[in-house]
Design a protein around this ligand. Structure first.
Ligand code: SF4
Length: 383
């Protein structure tokens, strides 16, 4: 391999399908999604299936992740046809996840997912407090969340995860602890947890800008994060990434692939790909996407060849998000670079400050660094 050639894509990629519909927009959400009403759903699903078919020659995909938006805002038969298309081309994926919104799943939808080979569900629960769900603009209730998760488990799903948001205005350390305890009472396998961020252009951002709601103090935000790490660890959930916790053997394989900087193929409006050494993004407009696919044109709008320096920095930053950190031998094999040599200066600084730990052929963030990970990782993002 020449020093600037892309990495070999001999490994099976992950496949991400973006369903760009939601029943309504949550007040904090800046992702690209549109209300399902008013769109020609069968036409979009045909376009998604056609784009999936363009990758038919890819021999195997390791994982499939159907996200959005909200995939289950599609009618059951439409979602089934999409999942069937994927499963018929690649019948042996290791992990097949579908994102679900609580209160929007029912026995018919969940049974279809199980029948089609989906083996992992991720529910956007976000909070177990009614006042927080209302402030976030979620449409579901606490009861909906509990009922949806229990129904999925009853129907045989043995790998169920939920997302939680902390540092919601008005929350306290105690209310956050109650939230975590409610999550643990559900006997789930995976928890992702993020501090609320006020994304520009969202109603919550505006409310915050106008002084109608106050953000949580930085120290409390940090204490909530630390509490999650400790409480989840004591309940048997290992932290395997900055924001992700799982029971043993239930780490999300799809997302681990991304943090290991392995290739993935994105399908659908606004979906990103890292494939054949290129980072691309599909057009973020449903109608434009459909027109391109129907005309036999690429759906991509942005294209960036990833050079050697990009690969070194991307691999470093992504690997260091995980608790396993950088495997020095694997890093050398994937990028052709010596991690310790190329990042000598930030490594020396952060090792001295106790924010980076080394040992057994690995380098990773220390526990103390997790709460300030973004600022540490910034020093590994360029050469
Ligand atoms: S359901 Fe998810 S993607 Fe849709 S608006 Fe809410 S947070 Fe955003």
């Amino acid at each position: 391999m020449s020093s600037d050639s892309p990495p070999p894509d001999s490994e099976a990629p992950g496949l991400y399908l973006h369903v760009p519909f939601c029943r309504s927009k949550c007040r904090y959400c800046a992702f690209y999604s549109e209300p399902v009403a008013g769109h020609d759903v069968p036409r979009l699903v045909s376009a998604l299936r056609a784009e999936v078919g363009r990758y038919r020659s890819v021999q195997a995909v390791r994982t499939v992740y159907v996200g959005g938006g909200s995939p289950i805002s599609l009618p059951v038969d439409q979602l089934a046809s999409l999942i069937d298309t994927v499963a018929s081309i690649w019948p042996n994926t290791e992990e097949f996840t579908v994102e679900c919104n609580p209160g929007q799943t029912d026995v018919e939808m969940l049974s279809m997912l199980a029948r089609c080979g989906v083996n992992r569900l991720s529910f956007g629960v976000q909070s177990f407090h009614t006042s927080e769900l209302e402030l976030l603009g979620r449409r579901h209730s606490v009861d909906d969340a509990v009922r949806s998760v229990r129904q999925a488990q009853y129907l045989g799903f043995a790998n169920v995860g939920i997302d939680l948001i902390f540092a919601v205005p008005g929350s306290t350390l105690d209310s956050w602890q109650q939230c975590l305890e409610s999550a643990l009472s559900l006997s789930i396998q995976h928890i992702s947890t993020y501090s609320l961020s006020f994304e520009s252009g969202t109603p919550l951002y505006e409310a915050h800008r106008l002084g109608r709601i106050e953000s949580i103090e930085e120290n409390t935000d940090r204490a909530m994060y630390e509490l999650a790490i400790d409480l989840l660890a004591s309940a048997g959930f290992a932290q395997y990434e900055i924001s992700n916790f799982a029971r043993e053997g239930f780490e999300c394989v799809h997302n681990m692939g991304c943090w290991e900087n392995r290739p993935y193929i994105g399908i659908g409006p606004s979906a990103a790909s890292y494939w054949l050494g290129e980072r691309t993004a599909n057009v973020a407009d449903i109608d434009a996407y459909i027109r391109r696919i129907e005309a036999g044109l690429p759906a991509t709008e942005q294209r960036q060849q990833s050079n050697r320096d990009d690969r070194i920095c991307e691999t470093a930053v992504l690997n260091m998000r995980t608790r396993r950190g950088v495997d020095l031998a694997d890093f050398q094999r994937r990028t052709g670079a010596d991690f310790r040599k190329i990042f000598e200066r930030p490594l020396r600084r952060y090792e001295r400050e106790g924010l980076i730990e080394t040992g057994a052929g690995r380098v990773c963030l220390s526990r103390r660094a997790l709460a300030v990970a973004d600022s540490v990782l910034c020093d590994f993002s360029s050469l």
